[in-house]
Design a protein around this ligand. Structure first.
Ligand code: FMN
Length: 237
């Protein structure tokens, strides 16, 4: 069997896991108590500085969902979504501007309900409406696009956001938090959605590590930011 066959099988198995409700008992009360340093935003929240590689401006756009979520085949209640926690680390380290995408029809904090809704949205090629749409990305040369992985790709609302804009002259760095799929189809989806964008190296953080190994996550985030030129100094070896 070729590597492509194996990869295809793995992705198919993962799609099944996240397209069907889990039968395991829900695990309650294990959520984090620490809040991310970000505030909810209806427009980009300016940081103290936004140092891109050549003094360019950086916007971190992210979508994240608190509530019941996947945790090593089980469930966990997250007070703050995994991607939002990682976004907070990036904002703290870079001082970049931050814009949190909010759904006009908010996503339930019930895991099974959200799995079902996401399957419907993916099958329909939906573009869920954004409650707080951004009017322009003109001021930014570098855009970090952050989201969870939902059924092996970013939630459809990320396409709603990206398709609104022309990314000519801008570099997009994908950021995801996931359970088993890594980046999944993220890069391909963003190449379709982000018209005329240039793409840089992405970062995939395992969601469970945000709860269990936040120090490792912070180190990975910092190393990535150095690698892509958003922090001074060479990446730690
Ligand atoms: C509807 C739904 C579908 C998911 N599908 C996948 C998937 O296909 N692959 C994967 O690795 N993780 C999947 N996950 C797990 C999330 O990507 C992971 O828990 C992520 O860290 C959640 O980020 P958030 O808390 O910022 O929303 C899924 C979670 C949900 C709620």
């Amino acid at each position: 069997m070729t590597a492509a066959h194996l990869l295809g099988r793995r992705i198919f198995t993962q799609r099944l896991v996240f397209a069907l409700p889990l039968s395991l008992a829900a695990v309650r009360g294990r959520g984090r108590t620490a809040a991310a340093s970000l505030q909810d935003s209806s427009s980009p929240q300016p940081g103290s500085a936004a140092p891109g590689a050549a003094g360019s401006t950086v916007l971190l756009v992210y979508f994240s969902r608190a509530g019941e979520n996947y945790y090593y085949g089980d469930r966990i209640d997250l007070e703050v979504g995994n991607t939002k926690v990682v976004a907070g680390m990036i904002a703290d380290l870079t001082g970049c501007d931050v814009y949190e995408i909010e759904a006009a029809d908010p996503y339930s904090d019930d895991y099974d309900a959200i799995v079902a809704r996401n399957v419907e949205e993916q099958n329909a090629g939906a573009r869920p409406a954004i409650a707080n749409p951004l009017s322009s990305i003109d001021a930014y040369a570098i855009i970090i696009l952050g989201s969870p992985i939902w059924n092996v790709r970013p939630p459809m609302i990320m396409s709603t956001f990206a398709e609104r804009f022309d990314f000519t002259g801008k570099t997009v760095f994908p950021l995801v938090s996931y359970a088993v799929s890594g980046m999944g189809d993220t890069e391909r989806e963003y190449q379709e959605a982000c018209r005329n964008a240039t793409f840089g190296e992405g970062l995939a953080i395992q969601g469970e590590d945000v709860t269990d190994a936040p120090g490792d996550v912070a180190a990975a985030v910092e190393s990535w930011l150095r690698t892509i030129g958003l922090l001074d100094g060479a990446p730690a070896s």
